[in-house]
Design a protein around this ligand. Structure first.
Ligand SMILES: Nc1ncnc2c1ncn2[C@@H]1O[C@H](COP(=O)(O)OP(=O)(O)OP(=O)(O)O)[C@@H](O)[C@H]1O
Ligand SMILES: Cc1ncsc1CCO
Ligand SMILES: [Mg+2]
Length: 279
C-alpha cells in the first residue's frame, strides 16, 4: 500500500479530510469549466455554486485557448455528445488543467464509445460513471444487452469494481463507480463511500452533478485525486441524505439536496461522512 493507507484506515480521518476539502472549495471558489450535457447544465452549475465553486458552461472551441488555461479544473461529460462538441472536449482536456470525465451511456453507440476511449487517452484525473458505464468502458463494448438502460445503470456498483480497477490501471485515472456504495480506485487502493439515498437515482443528472463536484475537489487537491473524488462523492451523498429528511419525492429532493450542500457544516460532515478504505 502507498503512503496514506495507515491514516485512511481511520474513518474519522476521512470526515476531517472531507470537511477540509469542502472548506477549501468554499474559501477558494475554484473555477470549473463544464462541457456537459444539456440535461445536466442546470443541476451541475447549481451544485457547484451551492458547494462554493464557480461553474462556467463554456463550450465553444474558439474560447478554449483563452478560457481553459485560466480554469482550476475542467469537466467533460458526453451525455448529449455531438460531432460539434467533441473538438471542444478534446481541446479543453488537452489544455493542461486537471480534468474529469463522465462517460454517460458510453455503450450507447460506437461514436460515443470511440469518443470516450479517445478522451481517456488524454489522461483525466478522474473518470466517474455508473456501474454499466464503467463496465462498458473497461472492455470498450457497445451495448447489445437487452437490459441496456441508456444513461441509467442496469448493474450494481459492486459488479463493476474489478472493471474499475482494470480501467484505472490501463488509463492512469482514478475511477469512481457510483451506486448505493460509491467505489473509488486507482487500481490498487479501493475506497468505499456509502452516503446517499436511492431517491437520488430518480433525479436526472445527479451523477453528472456529482462528477462536476469531483472536478471542484480535484481543483483543490490535484495531487490526490482519489481522496478528492471520495470526499466529493461522500459530501454529495450526505447532502442527499440530509435533504431527503425534508423531501417528498425527486423534485423536492433536488431542491433540498442543493440547499443542504450550501448549509453543510463541520459537525454534519465530520460525524456523518461514511468513507472507508477497503481491505
Ligand atoms: N442506491 C443508492 N443509494 C444511495 N445513493 C445512491 C444510490 N444510487 C445512486 N446513488 C447516488 O446518486 C448519485 C448519482 O449516482 P448514479 O449512479 O445514479 O449516477 P448516474 O447513473 O450517472 O446518474 P445520471 O446519469 O442521471 O447523472 C451518486 O451520488 C450516488 O452515490
Ligand atoms: C437523460 C440523459 N440523456 C442524456 S444525458 C442525460 C442525463 C443523465 O445522464
Ligand atoms: Mg451518469
Amino acid at each position: 500500500m502507498d503512503d496514506g493507507a495507515k491514516e485512511q484506515r481511520d474513518p474519522a480521518w476521512w470526515g476531517r479530510r472531507a470537511w477540509s476539502l469542502l472548506s477549501a472549495v468554499r474559501a477558494r471558489a475554484p473555477l470549473v469549466q463544464c462541457i456537459t450535457n444539456l440535461v445536466s447544465m442546470d443541476i451541475a452549475a447549481n451544485a457547484l455554486l451551492a458547494a462554493g465553486a464557480s461553474p462556467a458552461m463554456v463550450h465553444s472551441l474558439r474560447e478554449v485557448p483563452d478560457f481553459t488555461p485560466r480554469c482550476d479544473a475542467v469537466y467533460v461529460n458526453v451525455g448529449t455528445l455531438s460531432e460539434d462538441w467533441l473538438p471542444s472536449m478534446r481541446a479543453a482536456a488537452s489544455a493542461g488543467r486537471p480534468w474529469v470525465l463522465d462517460p454517460v451511456a458510453a455503450a450507447a453507440s460506437g461514436f460515443r464509445m470511440e469518443a470516450c476511449v479517445e478522451l481517456l487517452a488524454l489522461r483525466p484525473a478522474v473518470v466517474r460513471g455508473n456501474a454499466s458505464e464503467i463496465l462498458a468502458l473497461a472492455d470498450r463494448s457497445v451495448a447489445a444487452a437487452s437490459n441496456f438502460k441508456g444513461a441509467d445503470s442496469s448493474h450494481e456498483s459492486m459488479d463493476a469494481l474489478e472493471a474499475a480497477k482494470a480501467l484505472a490501471l490501463s488509463s492512469g485515472a482514478v475511477v469512481a463507480v457510483s451506486g448505493a456504495v460509491d467505489f473509488i480506485t486507482n487500481g490498487e487502493k479501493v475506497v468505499g463511500a456509502s452516503n446517499g439515498v436511492p431517491m437520488m437515482q430518480k433525479i436526472t443528472a445527479t451523477g453528472c452533478a456529482v462528477t462536476a463536484l469531483i472536478a471542484a475537489f480535484v481543483a483543490i487537491e490535484p495531487s490526490d485525486a482519489l481522496v478528492a473524488a471520495a470526499c466529493a462523492l461522500a459530501i454529495f451523498g450526505l447532502a442527499g441524505e440530509i435533504g431527503m429528511e425534508s423531501s417528498k419525492g425527486p423534485a423536492s429532493l433536488r431542491m433540498h439536496l442543493i440547499d443542504t450542500l450550501y448549509f453543510l457544516d463541520e459537525e454534519m460532515v465530520t460525524s456523518r461522512v461514511r468513507i472507508a478504505l477497503r481491505p
